[in-house]
Design a protein around this ligand. Sequence first.
Ligand SMILES: [Zn+2]
Length: 462
Amino acid sequence: MTLRLYNSLGREKQTFTPIDPLDVRMYVCGPTVYDYAHIGNARPAVVFDLLFRLLREEYGQDHVRYLRNLTDIDDKIIQKSQTSGTPISDITTHFTAIYQQDMAALNVLEPTVQPKATDHIPDMISMIESLLARDHAYVAEGHVLFSVPSMETYGALSRRDREDMIAGARVEIAPYKQDPADFILWKPSDATQPGWESPWGRGRPGWHIECSAMSYKHFGPHFDIHGGGADLTFPHHENEIAQSCCAHNSPYVNYWMHNGYLIVEGEKMSKSLGNFFTVHDLLADWPGEVLRFYMLGTHYRQPLNWQAAEVQKSRDALERVYLALRDVADINAQPQKAPESVLEALRDDLNSPAALAAFHELVTQLNKAQSPEEKAQAKGQLRAAGAVLGIAQQDPLVWLQGPPKENQEAAITAAEIEKCLQDRQTARKEKNFAEADRLRDLLISQGILLEDGPNGTQWRRG
Ligand SMILES: [Zn+2]
């Protein structure tokens, strides 16, 4: 088994070698919990969930730790609280719960740890103290700033030159800054803003220090993988590296991974263009598994183009999977390890499109299987492959028969469908074919697909 990952730090695929194979550690920047997550926010959650599943498969469930943080203190949250009059903790509790529900619907496993920034303020303060003690930071007008010129290798991840960095960070040219590239570690809070006591007065942390402090607290100074969206490379990840390396005089992360951005029907997603989709809204129209399946159809480093017509194809593809599983519902799957064809694709820098192609091949094999032994084996392979991909784990009847896909209130219920089918059966027995046809047409008009077979009539929602 050789896992190769594209490392943003060397800009090449590299063989993954964990620092400690008994404790593989991965950190991913999580959401700022003040609003609904949009599909762009969901992408890293799905991408790194896939990597988490693969790492667990390769190193064992108990030997991988995955940390995804919750940013629950941030100027955007403060602003929302001030304009809406809602306490900050109400906003963050509410949107944290929604985020967790949304991710669960996308079959994203719970990370091993989900630390909240506000639970780690003392860790941030002590890290800032250590940066001050090492002359990598300075205090100015109640702020503490990281001194970028104090770190010779600053900029190694994003490979930006100095002018780019200053322009790219859109830094305020504040009078208290010694250098325009310096960034905030701590800032003062006024009476209307949340704050914590610190050696520099009452204030709050900058965003970048949150991730450095939380990863240090749970993983120590040096760990394996750090992930996030490509838009976080600079300045966020560059600044994390600066803080963590300089505070601990240690290497920080061995493999940096970044997922590509998201576009909608070929255009940038934005509220003003009216093509802005939250996960919450999409889940009203599509099962979460369809959204996940769709995302896996694009390699994580490529831009993901959200196209409604293509999402429908993902639903159709999953339908085929669950129909194959329904046909072997009475056969117990033979438990086994995930097939090499799927694992090999994923080991090549998480090549999920190739893994899905291998997965479809397993569906074909299941459909072709003849003997009960062949079917049990093929079913076991399909289920095991699905477990690594985070798909095809449901009861096929739950998938095929409900809940209704659209017009939820108006749709016929499962109990009503069963009743119709029984009445149709009775009508047929009584040779009342007009009534039997009427009932069939009624079901079809409700979008129900019927298949008459040797074991009676099976139905699913079309
Ligand atoms: Zn972060």
